[in-house]
Design a protein around this ligand. Structure first.
Ligand code: B16
Ligand code: MG
Length: 223
């Protein structure tokens, strides 16, 4: 039984994952820190400050706590300036179809994001109204792979963890959802991760995967 679907934001609902990567790339250029092609994937789902630590380490640079905080702040300034131009066009194709289908099934949807900028993005892309519950990075103390963000969302919805499907694009997010005992759907590289119940090429593939197949016998009874 599925009682709710909990969505990650960046890279699942919207293309803002690309803006995170672009902002890290720009900040690294400003700080003279090398930024490799795989680094953007490593910080999917990871909090801002922890991401700063990972990005610096990947670039072979050790920063003090104060420098790390300044590095993270500068990245956020660069990121927020990219968000100002966001519109409905930044919603990933298939997302609106999936959210509309969940409504027809009376299955509530939630957002569970590590990002403190999640409310701004949901507002700018016009997605906010689809969600019963929104948990963002300002409401958590531990970031993915800790399951806190998903636990908060499921608790606010009042649903059992095992009856939630979490949709993720990050390995850290898949691990967090599995740790809570949720079912997991994943897009992109994360779809290859161990324990993923529903690997998706695009978000609305989940409609088919969650639809209970009708047996020929049931079909006959319906007609
Ligand atoms: P912010 P998600 C995550 O969002 C991003 O994937 C990750 O790259 C970012 O560092 C984190 O949010 C914090 O974002 O700096 O905006 O607070 O994928 O969990 O929706
Ligand atoms: Mg994500």
């Amino acid at each position: 039984m599925i009682e709710a679907v909990i969505f990650d934001l960046d890279g699942v609902l919207t293309r803002s994952d690309r803006y995170h990567t672009a902002a890290w790339r720009k900040t690294c250029a400003q700080w003279g820190i090398p930024f490799g092609d795989g680094t953007g994937d490593l910080v999917r789902g990871v909090s801002r400050l922890e991401s700063a630590r990972i990005v610096a380490a990947q670039g072979g640079v050790e920063l003090t706590a104060d420098q790390l905080a300044a590095f993270a702040e500068e990245k956020n300034r660069n990121y927020v300036s990219l968000l100002t131009g966001m519109t409905r066009e930044d919603v990933i194709p298939g997302v609106v179809e999936l959210l509309a289908w969940l409504r027809t099934q009376n299955i509530p949807a939630a957002v569970a994001s590590s990002s403190k900028n999640a409310p701004l993005i949901l507002e700018k892309t016009g997605l906010k109204g689809y969600f019963t519950v929104i948990v963002d990075g300002s409401q958590i103390t531990r970031s993915k792979p800790d399951p806190q963000v998903f636990q908060k969302a499921a608790d606010a919805l009042g649903v059992g963890y095992a009856n939630c499907v979490v949709v993720e694009d990050a390995v850290s997010g898949v691990q967090a959802a599995l740790a809570l005992g949720c079912q997991v759907a994943a897009v992109g590289r994360a779809a290859q991760s161990e324990g993923v119940t529903y690997p998706l090429k695009k978000p609305d593939d989940l409609i088919r995967q969650l639809s209970v197949p009708v047996s020929p016998d049931q079909e006959r009874k319906l007609h």
